[in-house]
Design a protein around this ligand. Structure first.
Ligand SMILES: Cc1cc2nc3c(=O)[nH]c(=O)nc-3n(C[C@H](O)[C@H](O)[C@H](O)COP(=O)(O)OP(=O)(O)OC[C@H]3O[C@@H](n4cnc5c(N)ncnc54)[C@H](O)[C@@H]3O)c2cc1C
Ligand SMILES: NC(=O)c1ccc[n+]([C@@H]2O[C@H](COP(=O)([O-])OP(=O)(O)OC[C@H]3O[C@@H](n4cnc5c(N)ncnc54)[C@H](O)[C@@H]3O)[C@@H](O)[C@H]2O)c1
Length: 462
């Protein structure tokens, strides 16, 4: 058993951990980075990047299908599954190698490989081969996909995002369980690439949306494109040779059995906090075993323990993981001189088409009586119609008394760009009146966004 000492131990070499490691090093701390799995981050290996690669191929297929409506004849569109997955894997590997290169630049003396767990309040054991006593610890252990027992019975036919991007060809059919972020992004992409897809959800939810009007619009748009039931009644899932039979009730109540090559399980992810030996510390463990922490300092109680990334209770998105890692790394190095770091306006985008956006306060968090809601349907919005992307709904929430723009939810064209514009306005605490003084070009999607604020302005007057 090796015994070592460090100012800071960072557990997890993902996006948040690497950010924490860099920040603590910049503060001059003696830092050790511990990683139990392969280097290269969830984002690059099985997350953001390969999913966007699959979506890019799907968008190309969709554009080819739509070309006819503009008078552009492409002939029969053929999706070459082997070529699609080749590009996904090749580009994925490139992104992974860039992330691994960053880890390779760290001297070997600063890295330990193995699973870290607390054996006392200030000491971590790494797989029993090394013990590190630290002045402060950053836990950046991420999250993992979930496969419940009823899916495990389907063996290798039940897959998650950890498996999809290793496919060497596209399958014929996939049943997607979960109409959240991963389910919607991957499910729509596979459908557009010619895979027969049926999506089974729970509780009427779609993506991260909380605004019923936007949820209804999103369900209507996606439901016209592929088989989608956000409140599915699944009766049975049975392995049949190399495929799976799923018996379910259709929304009209009819019992049906359909056969699929794979079942994609996308029903949420679980934070990696349970195997960390946190019970050996005095951390107060809340819901799902996540230690309670201050989201401005990332500190767990008054302890020299900090959290960052997908293992905490903040939204599991990449830019938040980087920010949290930086705050945790700086504070771990400076402990006990801990200070609040920058937290930005909430921003979430789902890369479906049309994409979903959530900015600032969520609809479920605003007091409906205290806000006005401005909205715009994109059905007749000029530029959207030009591009045959004229569908969707954007709703903006503004404080009834002050006119301050609080947040928005939407499913609309160019949502990934609109979302940034809106989140910057939220962070700058702009009012509806100030937003309406800003320039808007013609003809652009942002004219639709302005219409939503004009609607809010009218309602503020009333
Ligand atoms: C399919 C998919 C698509 C996504 N798309 C997007 C997107 O488009 N945009 C976006 O913003 N976000 C996206 N995300 C979310 C984004 O990937 C995460 O927010 C981000 O990767 C979280 O980084 P992290 O450092 O917290 O976790 P990770 O990168 O998972 O790092 C955690 C590390 O900790 C290690 N570890 C765990 N326990 C221990 C232990 N006890 N000891 C040692 N090491 C340990 C793990 O092996 C892992 O390497 C997506 C996620 C998925 C799954
Ligand atoms: N574009 C992005 O930023 C992006 C992309 C992918 C993932 N992510 C992150 O990854 C996280 C995890 O994504 P996710 O899609 O796994 O989780 P999620 O929480 O977004 O969605 C899970 C969905 O599965 C449903 N569900 C739960 N149990 C079910 C069951 N038995 N059958 C059918 N449906 C069931 C839930 O009601 C929910 O709608 C997200 O919260 C997101 O922040 C982000």
């Amino acid at each position: 058993m090796k015994r070592r000492k460090a100012d800071v131990v960072v557990v997890g070499a993902g996006t948040a951990g690497m950010s924490a490691f860099r920040a603590a090093r910049e503060e001059g701390a003696n830092v050790i980075l511990v990683e139990s799995g392969p280097y290269g981050t969830t984002c690059a290996r099985v997350g953001c990047m390969p999913s966007k690669l699959l979506i890019a191929a799907a968008d190309a297929a969709d554009a080819a299908h739509r070309a006819d409506a503009f008078g552009v004849r492409t002939g029969k569109v053929k999706v070459d599954g082997v070529a699609v997955m080749n590009r996904v894997r090749k580009e994925r590997d490139r992104f992974v190698s860039l992330a691994v290169e960053e880890v390779d630049k760290i001297p070997a003396s600063r890295k330990v490989h193995g699973h870290a767990r607390f054996v006392s309040h200030d000491t971590l054991s790494i797989d029993g081969h090394t013990e590190i006593q630290a002045r402060a610890v950053v836990l950046a252990t991420g999250s993992s996909s979930i496969i419940p027992d009823d899916f495990k019975a389907l063996g290798d036919r039940a897959v998650t995002n950890d498996d999809v991007f290793d496919w060497t060809d596209l399958p014929g059919s996939v049943a997607v369980f979960g109409t959240g972020v991963i389910g919607l992004e991957l499910g729509q992409a596979l459908h557009r690439l010619g895979v027969r897809v049926r999506m089974f959800g729970e509780g009427g939810k779609i993506g991260p949306l909380t605004d019923d009007a936007v949820i209804t619009e999103a369900c209507s748009i996606f439901g016209q494109a592929f088989a989608l039931d956000t409140d599915a009644k699944v009766l049975e899932k049975t392995r049949k040779g190399d495929s799976v039979d799923i018996t379910f009730k259709k929304p009209n109540g009819r019992k049906t059995t359909e056969n699929f090559d794979f079942v994609l399980v996308a029903i949420g992810r679980s934070q990696n906090v349970k195997q960390l030996g946190l019970e050996m510390t005095s951390a107060r463990l809340g819901d799902k075993g996540i230690p309670s922490y201050n989201r401005r300092t990332m500190q767990v109680g008054k302890l020299p323990i900090f959290v960052a990334g997908d293992n905490d209770s903040d939204p599991p998105v990449l830019h938040e993981a980087i920010d949290e890692g930086r705050i945790a790394g700086v504070n771990a190095a400076r402990f006990p001189a801990v200070k609040p770091g920058l937290r930005r306006a909430p921003l979430a985008i789902v890369f479906s088409d049309p994409a979903l956006l959530m900015v600032g306060e969520r609809f479920s968090d605003v007091d409906e009586k205290a806000v006005v809601i401005g909205e715009i349907s994109f059905k007749d919005q000029g530029r959207s119609r030009v591009m045959l992307k004229n569908e969707g709904l954007l709703r903006v929430y503004a404080d009834r008394k002050t006119g301050r723009f609080l947040g928005a939810e939407g499913v609309c064209p160019a949502a990934e760009h609109v979302a940034h514009l809106l989140s910057w306005a939220v962070q700058q605490k702009l009012t509806v009146a100030t937003i309406l003084q800003m320039p808007v070009y013609h003809p652009v999607i942002e004219e639709g966004v302005r219409d939503a604020f004009r609607d809010a302005e009218e309602k503020l007057k009333g």
